[in-house]
Design a protein around this ligand. Sequence first.
Ligand code: LLP
Length: 424
Amino acid sequence: MNAPVDVINYKNGVLYMEEMPLHPLTSKVGTPFYCYSTAALRNAYLQYSRAFADRQALICFAVKANCNPSLLRLFGQLGAGADVVSIGELRFAMKAGIPANKIVFSGVGKTKTELTEALKAGVLQINVESESELKLLDSIAQSLSLVATVAIRVNPDVDAGTHKKITTGKYNTKFGVACEDALDMFMLAGNLPGVAARGLAVHIGSQLTSLEPFEAAFTKLAELVVELRTMGQTITRLDLGGGLGVKYHNENIPAMSAYAAMVKKITDPLKVQLIFEPGRSLVASGGVLVTEVIHTKQNPERRFAIVDAGMNDFKRTALYDAIHRIVPLVEPKLSNKYSYDVVGPVCESTDTFATDVLLPELKSGDRLALLDAGAYGAVLSSNYNVRLTAPEILVDGAKFAVIRKRDTYDELLAAYRQPNWLGL
Ligand code: LLP
């Protein structure tokens, strides 16, 4: 899935997001910064909601992909629910106006405090990943005189065919319970008055570029529904986990229509409510990271462009060997291209955004955009090297707003304390 081509493109050699040229924003907010297109985000959400409009389906945005409250509000206004994995995410989603009864609480290590708050808030469903969690949830729910609606997350032992660090559906990962243990979980739940197990959930990984692994996992899930029903269990809901991958580079991403047809073929006979938890495909392509070249230099082997964004701002290339296209904000008149390594200022070799990428000749002060940076970008940022968190901008047509400000050194310092024996 990708943003519509006309949302982020060049007009007369200048890179625009919607009706907003990105170049002037650099002097208004400084670099580096993230910038998101409202139209791209809306369009991505509508692809899911339209594809499943004829089914009982809830699209829950996976907040982990981008927790900016303005984005959550935008999706919430379009009708989205939220998939959250911490109380922080739950609070952000609710603050942004997403009602608790559209929120799914996922995650392998939810604490007592988190489960208590989620239950009190009245979330739609808690996806349980272990017997220990089920028992804990039961005791909390009983103490609150509530019954928690639960889906059991299964691990179907299916290879998602994605990067090993974002694979979650094989037995060598910590997620879910084995399909063969699902019945025991339901039987146990049947004896626990504080929980009502009514669904199954699955998520086998992120950035999937083919339908086959989804199909294999959903088929296992459907078989399990039939089996559980035969054993007298009630299953009314299936949570099909994260969404499609995105085209970062040269990947071929299946069309939404093909994904939807596959899902419907497998799930229609079951007559269940569907939940989807897309993150990346809703926000990746609608976001860019804008950065400025600080220096250029060459050694006998390589030509470097050293930019002012670092791996603290955007970690995907360092963590997952991800490939992101990098383009200039203003296309130069000359079309000569050179092979660059685009690197950040952080003191680590892995602080590299691209290796051997063809770009026009760069000089200090040139601005670049790293594309498809809207998912797992800002959320993974840190203050490593005591660098300030990059601001985030939302564009809508020709308007823009700062939706997260750059923090300040004083704000960073304010969180620290000194023991009195060190003297002040
Ligand atoms: N549901 C669950 C239970 C998940 O664990 C995830 C992602 C999603 C939904 C959303 O999946 P998506 O639609 O975004 O594929 N930081 C990594 C990605 C980690 C994904 C973790 N789980 C990256 O930048 O590639």
